[in-house]
Write a protein that binds this ligand. Structure first.
Ligand SMILES: Cc1cc2nc3c(=O)[nH]c(=O)nc-3n(C[C@H](O)[C@H](O)[C@H](O)COP(=O)(O)O)c2cc1C
Length: 199
């Protein structure tokens, strides 16, 4: 199982980083082949310009760091997207990557008949999300975004780990139960199972 972990936070060593590290280490221990993609290290990542070029081709024409990212998204058999909540959504840098998946959505639309759009042939997607507050609806918007990001990649959304009330950098270190849940998520990813826990 080739697993790609996408680190969506601009904060190195922050909460979503630590949870994704724990999940990927556990996935690797289960025999998964693990790759890591740090969105904050992509120096040249533009947002989608809605130019429409990919509508007919499924190919994005913007020449920036996404050129290297697309094949990594396509090679993965499972993806774990880890991100903090920023204004009930993703940080802008990670959202740019998500929006650029529009080219892959078009590729899927062009290559797969409409009656098969509910079938996912490229693997499974998972979400790790952390936020500082404790509202009931904290993850609602982000979960839709993640589900349809994975849909564009022809991957089925399999849930994940959603954590409220962590704010300071590295706060999850003081919550060993969360790191244990992240390891459980990593094992589920490696075994191709769904997973859903919310704190
Ligand atoms: C720009 C910005 C916006 C944020 N918006 C929210 C928010 O809407 N809801 C929330 O609960 N926390 C919000 N937070 C808090 C972060 O989600 C929280 O600190 C999280 O633990 C950061 O994760 P990280 O260490 O992986 O970056 C925001 C933080 C920043 C810097």
């Amino acid at each position: 199982m080739r697993v790609l972990g996408i680190y969506g936070s601009p904060r190195e060593g922050g909460n979503s980083d630590l949870l994704l590290d724990a999940a990927l280490e556990a996935a690797q221990a289960e025999g998964a082949e693990v790759e890591r993609l740090y969105v904050r290290e992509l120096g040249d990542l533009q947002g989608c310009t809605e130019c429409g070029a990919c509508d007919d081709t499924g190919e994005c024409i913007i020449e920036d760091d996404m050129v290297e990212v697309y094949p990594r998204l396509e090679r993965a058999e499972a993806i774990v997207l880890a991100t903090p909540i920023f204004f009930y959504s993703l940080p802008a840098q990670a959202k740019a990557l998500v929006d650029r998946a529009q080219a892959l959505w078009n590729r899927r639309r062009l290559s797969k008949p409409r009656e098969r759009w509910r079938d996912y042939d490229s693997g499974r997607g998972y979400l790790i999300a952390v936020g500082a507050t404790r509202g009931k609806s904290l993850f609602v918007g982000l979960e839709f975004t993640a589900k349809y990001f994975f849909d564009a990649l022809d991957m089925s959304y399999q849930g994940g780990l959603r954590v409220r009330e962590v704010e300071a950098k590295g706060a999850v270190r003081g919550r060993p139960e969360l790191l244990e849940e992240a390891r459980a998520l990593g094992r589920a990813v490696a075994q191709g199972r769904g997973f859903s826990r919310e704190y």
